[in-house]
Write a new protein. Structure first.
Length: 320
């Protein structure tokens, strides 16, 4: 990443998966299915048509959970109850003194934050691209709206903050760490790139890993395999995926940077703005990846279409 991720040979046979343009969902949207449930392949061919193609260039916006995966394997950060300031002393003396890494992972820090993408003066539009000391200065001035752990409030800047925690804990940049721990050992097919901020040239923890659709599917399979490599080597702690996909107290549809489908389903997903998604269903061993470049960060109509598709898939998989 940043031009350093080496290419590896193709590991998976995706012949049974379906890859094609799903134009009814978004502009410039591509979907890939990888599933042991071959019974639904014909359904997808009928839904998406026969124009199977690879997509190398669509920009994925958010893959925040990769930072959590990297962070989880680092011994210095094995206790997610540690305060954020243990790793980022620049935030000492602010409202982050009483906020733990777990609060950040679950988007329940209680910090007052406005994630309105349509408001040019919202926090997300003013500070989502900040990193390192610029980010810490901005966040240190924010008020606290709720007691930590009590209320869910999505905060892109705090995903960037996770990136800072990882850098502090492992003493390396995020690209090299991801490459050495997951990207190269798991056998990703193509190089990937991680966007840097303009000031410090550090990776943005909450944004912008540029990867192919197939390699994003491999990331989903890595999570499906409980953080193990293809040879069975454990990269993540044994219980990390299980714990990170449990419902948080503040919001039952969110874990540690994972969105949760909720009962009766055990599926979970990484969801980015502009329609992107990695959806994982452990009981049926299914991974679905959507790359998208919608013209707006989020609309209810786009969500309705996307989740109608997922609901149809789940009904077929579970024989409902």
């Amino acid at each position: 990443m940043n031009g350093t991720v080496v290419k590896n040979q193709l590991i998976f046979d995706f012949a049974s998966g379906i890859l094609g343009p799903a134009k009814s969902l978004f502009a410039s949207t591509y979907l890939q299915l990888n599933s042991n449930a071959s019974k639904i392949s014909n359904t997808f061919e009928n839904m998406l048509g026969e124009n199977l193609m690879d997509n190398e260039n669509i920009q994925p916006k958010n893959l925040k959970y990769t930072d959590c995966i990297d962070r989880a394997n680092s011994k210095p950060t094995s206790n997610i109850k540690d305060p954020v300031t243990k790793y980022l002393p620049e935030l000492s003396g602010s409202n982050y003194d009483k906020i733990s890494i777990k609060h950040i992972l679950q988007m329940s820090s209680g910090i007052k934050w406005n994630e309105d993408y349509e408001d040019p003066y919202s926090d997300v539009n003013l500070a989502a691209g900040l990193n390192s000391s610029d980010l810490y200065k901005y966040l240190s001035k924010l008020d606290i709206a709720h007691k930590p752990g009590r209320k869910f409030n999505y905060n892109t800047a705090e995903s960037n903050l996770i990136g800072g925690i990882v850098r502090s804990a492992v003493g390396s940049n995020l690209s090299n760490y991801l490459e050495s721990k997951i990207w190269k050992p798991f056998g990703m097919e193509s190089d990937a790139h991680w966007a840097l901020d303009n000031t410090f040239l550090d990776e943005l923890g909450g944004c912008c890993i540029y990867a192919t659709l197939k390699d994003y599917t491999r990331i989903g399979i890595f999570a499906l395999k409980q953080g193990k490599l293809l040879n069975g080597t454990e990269v993540l702690p044994k219980k990390w995926i299980r714990d990170s996909t449990k419902a948080s107290k503040a919001y039952r549809h969110y874990g540690y940077q994972w969105w949760l489908s909720g009962p009766p389903y055990k599926s979970y997903y990484a969801q980015g703005i502009f329609g992107q998604m990695i959806w994982i269903d452990p009981p049926t061993e299914t991974v679905i990846v959507i790359q998208s470049a919608s013209d707006k960060a989020w609309t209810p109509e786009a969500d309705q279409h996307k989740f109608a598709l997922l609901t149809a898939i789940m009904i077929k998989l579970y024989n409902l």
